[in-house]
Ligand binder design. Structure first.
Ligand SMILES: C[S@@+](CC[C@H](N)C(=O)[O-])C[C@H]1O[C@@H](n2cnc3c(N)ncnc32)[C@H](O)[C@@H]1O
Length: 196
């Protein structure tokens, strides 16, 4: 074997050893399992008012058979409210502090065992088993997310967004809600087959 081949083999062995030591010492901080050091959020944190959360869940007709994902979950209030209706849910946030808060609030509300908490980038998280997706992001982020929703969600999945639309993807329904700072809109889309 040429010398270069031996060197490469030795390097691979060293790297494998280092990875094993890191994992054994708890240094493995994969986004799905730990407090990940991720990139900066695409949208700053601002919670949806509780009465709007209720309207979002009503608009999506969330019930006990649903799996509700909030992409950018903040303090988890939407998924927690869904879990109180008997649904299961997944809280996804890029900010580890938000995930810590969500988990603590879900525990206080007695619904933590119905919820998965993922400190992940919403563009990278697996959403295939969602039946409802809720969003309070920004218009440009909604647009960037659209292809992922169409690609990964099953027909019949409902998507609800607070305030921001999805560009030229027409909503199935739009509804006004009164907020402290004036009227705001809620939008509902339903994933169709073939994609909208
Ligand atoms: C406007 S807040 C909405 C919070 C919550 N969904 C609600 O309605 O109360 C947006 C949230 O998205 C999170 N976020 C922003 N960019 C993200 C990304 N790329 N991946 C996951 N979470 C993200 C922020 O950390 C923040 O908690």
């Amino acid at each position: 074997m040429p010398e270069g081949g031996v060197t490469l083999k030795r390097w691979l062995a060293v790297l494998a050893g280092a990875a094993a030591i890191a994992a054994a010492s708890g240094c493995d901080r994969s986004p799905a399992t730990g407090q990940a050091a991720l990139r900066a959020p695409d949208v700053v944190y601002e919670p949806t008012p509780h009465f709007v959360v209720t309207e979002m869940l009503k608009l999506a007709q969330v019930g006990a058979n649903d799996v509700v994902y909030d992409l950018g979950c903040g303090d988890g209030r939407i998924v927690i409210a869904a879990a109180k209706r008997g649904a299961r849910g997944v809280c996804v946030d890029i900010d580890p502090q938000r995930i810590t808060e969500s988990r603590a609030k879900a525990q206080r509300s007695g619904v933590a065992e119905r919820i998965l908490f993922r400190n992940q980038d919403l563009f990278e998280t697996d959403i295939a088993d969602a039946t409802v997706v809720t969003l309070f992001l920004w218009p440009s982020v909604n647009l960037k997310l659209r292809p992922k929703l169409w690609r990964e969600l099953r027909p019949g999945t409902r998507v609800v967004s607070y305030i921001h639309s999805m560009g030229d993807w027409p909503p199935r329904e739009a509804q006004n809600v009164e907020g402290a700072r004036g009227p705001r809109e809620l939008f509902l889309w339903v994933i169709e087959s073939p994609p909208n």
